[in-house]
Structures are given as structure tokens and as C-alpha cells.
Design a binder for this molecule. Structure first.
Ligand SMILES: C[S@@+](CC[C@H](N)C(=O)[O-])C[C@H]1O[C@@H](n2cnc3c(N)ncnc32)[C@H](O)[C@@H]1O
Length: 621
């Protein structure tokens, strides 16, 4: 029997609570209080990123009321007023109790049995009201069907919720390591209630973490330049029912049916691979040393230079606005001014998007374009100001494309065939639970103080890059532009769904750099090509230009010992041999190859060539 006080049983109870709140959100998708409740459950479960996502959705809902929005105003108002109606009987909702500092509330309002006249008094313009920051656009709510007595209590409840959102977001952003965003939301909260002890504490913690982290990277502390890239858990969430057993006979049969069309001489098989870490393979260290994954194998002999696989993919992204590449396949658009070209690009009649030809145009319309045609979604992530953000912008655009594809189909984003079977480099949930903060996480917890003192760096097992803009704000903006139900369709559009897509894209996407400035500007995911594993002595080489083409190498790499003996090894792949791709430039020395490939490999390459060359280098020093 499970001990009811054990961490496992507490987690099980929290997961159960999460499910109940998720079900409640299905019924009441515009209820900001339920979002706050679920945010706190996520924080207790040590998913700070998911807590931020829920608090941000609650913030968007309250802004609808405070700013007089026209999208969900009535629904949000209805749900918030219900909580103020209940005040006399039930008191404030649990997530708001004891939250707003007393000196920010109107002075004459005293608490009695959890009932606060602040929410219920007649609307007045007296001075006591000024102490609550009043950024409400009252005119915009004039048309609302409630009378004057409802309007002020509605706005006040919305501000109360908004304030709570700032507390939850700033603390959890700190826990993800996103210090600049944490500071920004903390300051917005302090502007509403400068005497709030919780936010004052968070402000100090963020500063401590910032000073430490900037010192570690040899930079002087500057609040405007606080580090904002964080890390979160990379896992198959316990409630994610969309992930297949990738190595099962049914999955292999399905993938092989698809592979037969693009690589007729190959098959997908389950294969045991070493678990790679920053030190090399996990041999000798805690945790498994090998894991079962997929790989591609030759079913019959393949000649040197022969094409092994030719795959077309619409899961592409281009982060430049004025770029002459096909929106669908990413290949260069034929130059219409050149006389040599018989083909020209084809553009969409309703928007500026250009395709390399009629075939891509037709496929794009069928697969994704109608969901985003003539919207502003593309503007959201293109042309990042800072060149260092070019990679991240490509991942955001891949998420955008996948959302458009799953909307066109329609299907759940994680069930789209382009992503369902992708490798996500997921870590077991139990590993991610180690050294985490929660349950009962709060700004005054000693664990949070220790985390901040060490630079605000999340647990070592957390490996999914995270920042507030790319993981939460931009995807929500994209969904909104696409008129997807960001509240109503939460099951398909939740932050954990977006994180799962990022985990898969980060392990499988290939990018192309611009010839002009060397910046990565086009990326693609080829779901079958990316099943091939890496080796620094590959037997294939690849080229992407409209189609991803994998060909058997004409000649194998000349290894150090072969060079000495003047031996060359011919290409060609025997039946039964694994197709070995390369994720880095194989002409580089071992150290640089390992650095380049480590992102896609999830650790240091331990192929035979790397092991030999690394041993030789160490022997010679
Ligand atoms: C693009 S996927 C390759 C296909 C993957 N094995 C699958 O099951 O879909 C990249 C991942 O494969 C694994 N991998 C590829 N080559 C490897 C190698 N030489 N040694 C260990 N793991 C490798 C790593 O986990 C890496 O993150």
C-alpha cells in the first residue's frame, strides 16, 4: 500500500487535482481563478513553466476586463462576478486569500469573515479608490449589461487576479532561470502594490540570482541585461496520452510503410544506443547506459553514390521576411528575371506568400496555408533583431507551421504524422523530479533562496531550453492570429503541447545558413530522414534543397590510420548495415565535431572514430 505522506502519493494527489482542474477548464474556459488554481498545482508539481503558462492565460483574461476587450469580455466578467457574488458565503477564492497587501486596499474596507466590502461597495470616485492602481478603461465596459454596482467590483476582482498573476509568474520565471522576465513581471506587480512583501522578496531573489549568474559569465550586473534563457523539464508529461511506443511492432510496421515510399531499399528497426552525456556515454555513471531507439538499416545492397532516401516535407520554416525561398519546401525560388528559367515562382492571390511552383502551392493549400493565409502570423517571429535569436525564431516558426497543419487536418498537434513518431530526447519523469522545488513552493522557501544564491539555475536534469517569449507569449499570439481557441481548445494548445513540439524539433530539425551572413535562416523537419543515427564515419551524405536527399557516400572518410598507410575505403552499403548519417561537418577535428553535434546528440559523440581520435590526441599530449 502507498504511504499517504510519501512524495509519490503527494505527486499522485497533485496529478489528480491537475486533472480535475483541467476538466473544470473544459467547462469554464474563461475562468481566470481556475487557471490560477492549476498554476499553483503545477508549481507544486515542479513544472514552473506550466505554472507561468496558466498564470499568463489568467492575465490575458483579466486584461480583457480591465482593458475593455471585445473577445471574451462577457465570459470573463460572468465568471469573475460569480466569485464576488459568493464572497459573503464563501469568502475570497482560495488563490486570492491574503494576497493583496492591506495598505493597498481602500482604508475604510475591513475584512470580516472573509467578506470584503471592497468588492461590494457602491461605485464611488472618492480618494480611497485611488490607492488601487486604476488602469481600467471604464468607458469600454459601459455597454456591459451590469449596472454601476457590478462594474467596480468586477474591475476590482480583475485587478486582484492580475496582481496574483504577477506574483505567480515572477516567482516561477525565476525558477526556470528566466531572470529578466521574472524581474519585469515583478516590477509590474510592485507598481500595483509597492508594499507587497512577496514581490519585494522576489525582487531581491532575482537580483541575487542575477548578480551571481552574471558574475559566473564574467559580466558586471546590469538589471536591463539580466539573463533570460532558462531550462525546463524535457519529458513525456504523465498526462500526455499522444506518444506512441516507438519501438513496438505496430509502430515499426507503420513507419516502414511510410519509409518504403521514400527509401525503398531501407527499413526502420529498433536499436540499442549508448546514452550520451556531457562526459561521453553514461557508462559507470548513475542511470541507464543504453536505451532503445530507432535507426534505419539497408535491406539490400546500396551502391556507392546511389540515392538512399528522397523525402519531401512541408514542415519548414524561414525566418526572413523578404527571402526568395519557397514557403512550402524551402528551396530557392526560380529567378523570374533570368531568361534561362522556364519556371517561375507562384504566389498566393490573397497574401504575399510565394511558392517555387504549382505543386508546392497546391500542397501548401491542402496541408496548412488556408489556416494562415492573409493573417499576420508570419510577422510574429520573422527577422529577429538579435542574430543570436535566429535559431530560436526558426523553432517558433516550425511550431507555427505545425499548428497550421494540425488545424487544417484537423487533428491534435501531437497526433500530426509529421511529429508523432519523432524522437524527443525525453528524460524519465523521475529523473526530472530530482532536486526540484515544490510542493508548497513560495518566495520565502529556503530552497528558492538557495537556488537564487547559486545563480537561479534550474536542476541539472532539466534540458529543454525555455524562454517566456518563445515558449508562451509568441505561440499564444500565433494561435490568436490564427483564430484558434486559445482558451476553448486548451487540450490542443496548452503550454505542455508546445513544449513537447519543441523537444521534438530540437532533436530533429536541420537548418540551412544564409550565404550572405552565415545566419541560420531556413529549417525543416524530415520525419523519416531524421530516423537515421549519427556517426563521424558516415556511410551516407545529405543535401537539402526542396527535397532531403540522402546518398551513399562515394568514398568513406579517410581515418588517421588509413591516411598513414595511404588507404582509401570505397563507399557503398551492404544489406543489414545501419545507415549512418552525420550531424556535423565530419572534416573538423574531433573536439569541434563533438561540440557541433552535441546539441542534436544530447551529449558527446562516442562513435569509434571520435573515441580513437580523442585517445590519440590525449596520448600525444
Ligand atoms: C535525429 S535522432 C536519430 C533517430 C533516433 N535514434 C530515433 O529513435 O528516432 C537523434 C537522436 O538519436 C540518438 N543518436 C543518434 N546517433 C547516435 C549515436 N551515434 N550514439 C548515441 N545516440 C545517438 C541521440 O539520442 C539523438 O538525440
Amino acid at each position: 500500500m502507498m504511504d499517504i505522506d510519501s512524495p509519490e502519493s503527494r505527486r499522485a494527489a497533485l496529478l489528480e487535482r491537475r486533472q480535475q482542474l483541467t476538466n473544470a477548464l473544459k467547462e469554464h474556459p474563461h475562468d481566470a481563478i481556475i487557471y490560477l488554481r492549476r498554476a499553483l498545482v503545477y508549481a507544486d508539481l515542479a513544472y514552473p513553466d506550466l505554472a507561468i503558462g496558466d498564470a499568463y492565460r489568467a492575465l490575458l483574461l483579466t486584461d480583457e476586463v480591465i482593458g475593455g476587450g471585445d473577445q471574451y469580455f462577457e465570459q470573463v466578467a460572468d465568471s469573475l462576478l460569480e466569485y464576488t457574488d459568493d464572497l459573503k458565503e464563501k469568502g475570497l477564492p482560495d488563490v486570492l486569500r491574503g494576497v493583496m497587501p492591506g495598505d493597498v486596499l481602500p482604508k475604510e474596507s475591513a475584512w470580516a469573515d472573509g467578506y470584503h466590502p471592497y468588492f461590494c461597495q457602491e461605485y464611488s470616485d472618492d480618494e480611497s479608490d485611488e490607492s488601487v492602481i486604476d488602469d481600467a478603461n471604464s468607458d469600454s465596459v459601459d455597454e456591459y449589461r451590469f449596472g454601476d454596482t457590478d462594474r467596480p467590483r468586477l474591475e476590482r476582482m480583475a485587478k486582484f487576479v492580475k496582481f496574483r498573476c504577477y506574483q505567480i509568474m515572477s516567482l516561477n520565471l525565476l525558477l526556470c532561470g528566466c531572470l529578466r522576465s521574472a524581474n519585469s513581471y515583478c516590477q509590474q506587480g510592485l507598481a500595483m502594490a509597492p508594499s507587497d512583501k512577496v514581490l519585494q522578496k522576489i525582487e531581491k531573489l532575482v537580483k541575487t540570482a542575477g548578480i551571481q549568474r552574471m558574475r559566473q559569465s564574467g559580466v558586471a550586473y546590469n538589471p536591463a541585461k539580466l539573463p533570460d534563457r532558462g531550462l525546463v523539464r524535457r519529458e513525456v508529461y504523465p498526462w500526455n496520452t499522444h506518444e506512441p511506443d516507438r519501438c513496438s511492432p505496430a509502430s515499426l510496421a507503420y513507419l516502414n510503410k511510410r519509409l518504403a515510399k521514400v527509401a525503398p531499399k531501407c527499413e526502420v528497426r529498433a536499436v540499442q544506443l549508448p546514452v550520451l552525456t556531457e562526459q561521453g556515454s553514461s557508462n559507470g555513471a548513475a542511470g541507464p547506459t543504453t536505451c532503445w531507439q530507432l535507426g534505419v538499416f539497408a535491406k539490400e545492397p546500396i551502391a556507392a553514390g546511389e540515392v538512399v532516401l528522397r523525402e519531401y516535407s512541408l514542415l519548414t520554416a524561414n525566418n526572413r521576411h523578404k527571402d526568395a525561398s519557397c514557403d512550402a519546401c524551402g528551396s530557392a525560388i526560380p529567378d523570374i528575371t533570368s531568361k534561362k528559367n522556364s519556371k517561375t515562382g507562384v504566389s498566393c492571390n490573397d497574401c504575399d506568400v510565394v511558392f517555387c511552383g504549382k505543386s508546392c502551392y497546391d500542397r501548401a493549400f491542402k496541408s496548412y496555408h488556408s489556416s494562415i493565409c492573409d493573417t499576420d502570423v508570419d510577422n510574429i517571429a520573422k527577422d529577429p533583431e538579435d542574430p543570436r535569436d535566429a535559431d530560436d525564431a526558426l523553432y517558433v516558426l516550425l511550431v507555427e507551421r505545425l499548428l497550421a497543419m494540425s488545424d487544417s487536418k484537423p487533428c491534435h498537434p501531437l497526433d500530426a504524422k509529421q511529429v508523432k513518431y519523432l524522437w524527443g530526447d525525453f528524460v524519465p519523469v523521475a529523473t526530472n523530479n530530482q532536486n526540484t522545488i515544490g510542493p508548497g513552493v513560495s518566495a520565502s522557501s529556503p530552497d528558492v533562496a538557495a537556488m537564487a544564491a547559486a545563480g537561479g539555475i534550474p536542476p541539472a536534469a532539466w534540458s529543454l531550453p525555455f524562454n517566456f517569449q518563445d515558449n508562451i507569449a509568441r505561440p499564444l499570439h500565433i494561435m490568436d492570429e490564427m483564430a484558434l481557441g486559445i482558451f476553448e481548445d486548451l487540450d490542443k494548445l496548452d503550454v505542455w503541447v508546445i513544449n513537447t513540439l519543441y523537444a521534438k524539433f530540437r532533436g530533429t530539425a536541420s537548418a540551412r545558413k544564409s550565404r550572405q551572413d552565415g545566419r541560420p535562416d531556413v529549417a525543416a523537419v524530415h520525419p523519416l530522414w531524421c530516423l537515421a543515427n549519427h556517426d563521424c564515419d558516415p556511410n551516407v551524405t545529405w543535401e537539402w534543397g526542396g527535397r532531403m536527399v540522402l546518398s551513399a557516400k562515394a568514398e568513406r572518410v579517410q581515418l588517421a590510420e588509413d591516411k598513414a598507410a595511404g588507404i582509401t575505403r570505397p563507399g557503398g552499403i551492404a544489406a543489414g548495415e545501419e545507415i549512418l548519417n552525420h550531424y556535423c561537418d565530419i572534416d573538423l577535428p574531433v573536439q569541434l565535431r563533438r561540440e557541433w553535434a552535441s546539441g542534436s546528440l544530447g551529449g558527446i559523440c562516442m562513435c569509434q572514430r571520435c573515441q580513437n581520435e580523442s585517445a590519440a590526441e590525449q596520448g600525444s599530449t
